[in-house]
Each structure stands twice: as structure tokens, then as C-alpha cells.
Design a protein around this ligand. Sequence first.
Ligand code: GLY
Length: 348
Amino acid sequence: MTPEYSRREFLGTASGLTAGAVIAPGLAAQAAAPAVHVRKSSTNVAVASGNGLRAVAKAGELMAQGVDTLDAAIEGVKIQELDPNDPSVGYGGLPNENGVVQLDASCMHGPTKRAGAVGALEGIKTPSVVAKYVLLYTDHIFLVGEGAKKFALSYGFKEEDLLTDSSRQRWLRWRANRSESDDWINVDEDEQMVPRPTGTINCNVVNANGDISSVTTTSGLSWKIPGRVGDSPIIGAGQYTDNDVGAAGSTGRGESNIKVCGAFLTVEFMRRGLKPADAAVETLRRVVATSEPRLLDEHGRPRFSLNFYAVNKNGEFGAGSVYPSRYAAFDGSEALRLDTAYLYERDA
Ligand code: GLY
């Protein structure tokens, strides 16, 4: 079955239905033999969130040296994890409501069909690497909290304070101004309390042999309830790889992604022939369709941001977002910042 044929079949199935109803009939009809791209990419490609320009450049450089796709993707996102100036990831990430940085990460390695993840991990700067160790050295997929930390320490990871002066100051300001009726005296506020800062880095790569991997790592929603994990460490939500099809991952409001298993869904849309950006946008339509009214404005548009980034086995890549946004990609020769496809214009 050619990709073109599978695309027509998908669109035929979807025709006339709402976004939320698109996939169910298609799945029922095609479950036994879903369409799969089989042509291999002829070059190394990486796609990442907007903060991933250095990550995609690194991943591209490493894949050119023959480094495995998962190692290349993780070495890329590690740059952000170790950067104290990225408040959304690893060291310097914004903490939970108690001032404790809790990190989430997950990864998948297409050729070996393996996955690893950690959630609510404290004191370790590079959760993406710990997730890879779960993938490599255990029969499990997901370790959380104290167990994840002990696992990391057993492999020689160093326990460190992940708060920087800047992230501590931002948390102290948030705590002071959180309520008029608590015991903390309000201070001048120079940052918006709503929406709360959030961020993450996702990176998906395919090499010249058509091998694919993905990784997502984050400090999650700032000021979150301790123990909250978002979409990033959830296989199928924060990222997903199928070595026959492609990979996808996300940044933005994790709770909205978890409900649609968005990375998995994006890969499934690609399996049925959609191009990566179209697949990402289709997933976002599902997100809107499954959003509670309190999360939508008077026009039915999300009050939150969510992005998906995707690459297929052919090396085609793209990204979709609720509102206009940017993403990073290595196209085989250079690292670029590109515009996402999107659902809605922002109000002027
Ligand atoms: N997407 C990151 C989070 O919600 O934690």
C-alpha cells in the first residue's frame, strides 16, 4: 500500500465527521493492516521544540558520526537539561509549590522497540539519561519518585540542588503573591501568575537507515502540586516511536495531551498516511474536542498551549500547535527554526 493510497483512505474515512469521531471507524476498518510507510530516509533528521535548536544540531552532528539515534537525541536534549537558563528543563527548572524541582522524562528506541521513563525525579540534572538507563538495564518502563532517585544513584548519578538563584527567586515571588490571605507578605510582581510558566524539550530523530528514536524531558508545570507528573514521562503522550512509521512528542499543557495519548495518536495518523504536520494538527483537533469547557474560551478555543513535533520514516518532519509557534529542526544539513502549522490565530 503506497503512502498516497493510505492518505486517501484516511481522508475518506474522516470525511464529514467531527475531529473527535475521526479515528474510531478507521481503526475498526483497518486494524488488521494499517498503512505503513516503508521508504527509508536518505539523511539524518531531527525535530524538536522551539528551545531545541542546539539539540537538533547536536543530534544531527552525532548521527552523521554514526551514533545511535537514541543516544544522539538524548545528547541533544541534555544541553537544555544542563543549561541553568532554561527554566523548563533539568537544572534551573521551575519547582513545585514546595520549592522542590521534580523532573519527568521518557524515551523510546525504535530499532529495539524499548522504552524507559522517570517521573517526579528529584536531585538529578539529567532525567533523560536516567530514563535511558531504565530502558537499557531493567525489565520495567517507568520508575517514579524516591525509587527513581535511588535507581539513578546506584548508577553513579550525582545528587545535586537543582534550584538556581533565578528559579528560587521566581518561586519565592510566586509563594509570596499566591494569596492575599496567607502569612506571606506580597511583593511587587513582575511576571504573570496566569498562565503559569511551563516548558519542556522534545526531540525526535530518524537516521539515514530509517532508524528512529524520541525523548522528552521537563521540569513540568511550575508550582505544581508535589507528585504531579505531566505528559512528558508517559509513553504515548510525551513521546512515542514506532520504527516502522515515525516518532512524535509534545510540549505544553500535559493534562490535555494525556487524555488523547497525543504522541501515539500522531504516529498513528502518520501510519495512515498523514504528513507529520497534518498528523500533529489532527491530534490537536482531538485535544480540543476532548477539552472541558472551563479550558476553552467563548469561541471554543483552548486557553492553553500544546504543540506536537513529528518525523516520519521518510525523514519528513513538521509540527503543529494550537496557536502560532516555532520549532527546531535539523533537515540533514543545517539546524533551522521553523513555523508550526496551527489551529487558531491569536487574538490581536
Ligand atoms: N508538557 C509538560 C508538562 O505538562 O509537564
